[in-house]
Design a binder for this molecule. Structure first.
Ligand SMILES: [Zn+2]
Length: 184
């Protein structure tokens, strides 16, 4: 007869869940530290801002490091592939739901610019992002983390950037100067 070693043990916290939470969710302390940097600036802005008379045209630009692999507590670590896919799917599902009702005076939805890290290219993830952009929710653009552990070379940098640019172009993700021409 075999015995389950866990039988009879008091149920404790799941160590996997705790580890996951530590890696992927910033602590309250980290959030509070961030707030102490942001809130004073916001307060000063509210006090010192100039309020113009008449209609105001607002242009919002949101361009972020869109990194499905990020682990907030360790910039060099990478989330597992299934977690990256889950994040991408969740974003592409939730973003339209949230952004759809907020249209500008021309009827356009908010266009998010996704700066995707070239060195973290994953075909399935970029395919999903491209689909999201083609549906009208934004555009993809390139950023690159390189030379972190060792200096990069000109050739290697050029190769990485060009290959990623071409992969975005093939998916119709890039914006073009005056809407025409080739990717540069
Ligand atoms: Zn980045």
């Amino acid at each position: 007869m075999t015995e389950n070693p866990k039988r009879g043990a008091a149920p404790g916290p799941d160590p996997d869940a705790e580890a996951f939470s530590r890696r992927f969710k910033p602590s309250l302390l980290a959030k509070a530290a961030y707030a102490t940097r942001i809130v004073p600036r916001l307060g000063w802005h509210r006090i010192s801002r100039h309020i113009p008379a008449g209609p105001v045209h607002l242009i919002f630009a949101l361009a972020d490091h869109f990194e499905p692999a990020i682990i907030p507590t360790d910039g060099r670590d990478r989330a597992p592939a299934d977690e990256q896919e889950r994040r991408m799917e969740s974003w592409c599902r939730e973003y339209p739901r949230l952004a759809n009702e907020w249209r500008d005076s021309d009827g356009h939805s908010f266009q998010h610019t996704y700066f995707y890290p070239a060195e973290q290219y994953q075909k399935e993830l970029v395919d999903r992002l491209a689909e999201h952009c083609r549906e009208g929710w934004g555009e993809a653009a390139i950023h690159l983390h390189h030379g972190v552990d060792a200096p990069d070379t000109t050739d290697s940098t050029r190769r990485t950037l060009t290959a990623f640019r071409d992969s975005l172009e093939q998916r119709g993700c890039l914006s073009y100067l005056d809407g025409t021409g080739a990717a540069r």
